[in-house]
Design a binder for this molecule. Structure first.
Ligand SMILES: Nc1ncnc2c1ncn2[C@@H]1O[C@H](COP(=O)(O)OP(=O)(O)O)[C@@H](O)[C@H]1O
Ligand SMILES: [Mg+2]
Length: 341
């Protein structure tokens, strides 16, 4: 049996702002095992980053608060431990690579100093040893001439190298869980592929579990074992990667799959971008946040959040449309994936 690292149940995180309550995450549940990769996908604003920040207990408070749920890390409830203990958890057990490297790298310190600092914070190592380790880590994430690079400042690094430096810092303490939040969004395609390669290598070397947050289903297909599809702060569908790609049950997942760039069409052709706009998280319906945009809506959709329905091996969906009708609707769609490929 795989070792269970993380179990998140019924997590809800809201922001209490002057304008109203922003219900960013609503009742989200997932698990992560050792060496497993969970992809979290969904449009911008669907609650992916806030979910990760909740696990790290880095949601800015005020205005943010985890209002419900539990976060269990190897038998410890992360919502119940002290801030001091949580500081130990960050770095030792869970590390996060942020969307924008400049939010984690301090522009006024040398890259080597910053990695060495992270090393000394969590390991019993002297300055010189930590500095050597920084160079070694940079080398390990594929930065050439690492001995020279450690003496440089973040602005002397390219975007891809900054991401690599962040990964080096994240893995410096050999975390069980690595959370990568859109680590490649700002990078060109070749560099993106290289960064993903580094994350995979690190996962294999350190046997970590990885949570990969992205709005790019292509990246998810390549890297993930299982996928959580988020919409309006909810998990609408959850399952092994093949189930999500070849047996998707939620209309929102179909929309995402339909907007994948297709190799058989002109490069980067977006087939059917999902019509309409993401929901206002201050005015979410009691029911499904995708109602209003779905196209297959029924009377109960706006009013009642559908219960989890198991539709395949470890594959669940929240949707009021009866399963047989869902499959009929799906069959009417343009083929969004070539089953043969
Ligand atoms: N500090 C904050 N104050 C108020 N709202 C916030 C704050 N941080 C995030 N949110 C809101 O939470 C929602 C989810 O954001 P986020 O998790 O960053 O989305 P994603 O990562 O999926 O693009 C967004 O509507 C965002 O505006
Ligand atoms: Mg985000």
């Amino acid at each position: 049996m795989a070792e269970r690292l993380l179990e998140v149940s019924g997590l809800s995180t809201h922001f209490f702002t002057h304008a109203g309550v922003v219900k960013a995450v609503n009742g989200v549940s997932f698990t992560l095992d050792r060496q497993e990769t969970l992809g979290i996908v969904g449009e911008s604003g669907s609650g992916k980053t806030v979910t990760a920040l909740s696990v790290m207990r880095l949601v800015p408070d005020p205005p943010g608060k985890v209002v419900a749920g539990s976060i269990d890390l190897k038998g410890r409830d992360l919502l119940a431990i002290s801030e001091d203990e949580m500081r130990q958890v960050r770095g030792n057990d869970i590390a996060m690579i942020f969307q924008d490297p400049m939010t984690s790298l301090n522009p006024v310190y040398k890259v080597g100093d910053q990695i060495a600092e992270a090393v000394m914070l969590h390991q019993d190592k002297g300055k010189k040893e930590a500095w050597n380790m920084a160079a070694e880590l940079l080398k390990r994430v594929g930065i050439p001439d690492a001995k020279h690079r450690v003496t440089q400042y973040p602005h002397e690094f390219s975007g891809g190298m900054r991401q690599r430096a962040m990964i080096a810092m994240a893995i410096s303490c050999n975390p069980d869980i690595l959370i990568a939040d859109e680590p490649t969004t700002a990078l060109d395609v070749t560099i993106q592929a290289q960064i993903i390669e580094v994350v995979i290598e690190m996962q294999q070397a350190y046997h970590s579990g990885v949570i990969l947050i992205t709005h790019d289903l292509g990246v998810v297909a390549e890297m993930s074992d299982k996928v959580m599809v988020m919409y309006g702060g909810r998990t609408v569908e959850y399952g092994p990667v093949d189930e999500i790609f070849y047996n998707a049950h939620h209309p929102y997942t179909w929309g995402l799959l339909g907007s994948l760039p297709r190799l058989d069409l002109a490069e980067k052709t977006r087939l059917t971008p999902i019509r309409g706009n993401p929901p206002d998280l201050m005015l979410l319906p009691e029911g499904c946040p995708f109602s209003g945009r779905c196209g297959y809506e029924r009377l109960e959709c706006r009013a009642v959040w559908p219960q989890l329905e198991i539709v395949g091996p470890e594959h669940g969906v929240h949707c009021h449309i009866p399963a047989d009708e869902r499959l009929a609707r799906r069959a009417e769609l343009p083929r969004f994936l070539d089953q043969a490929s």
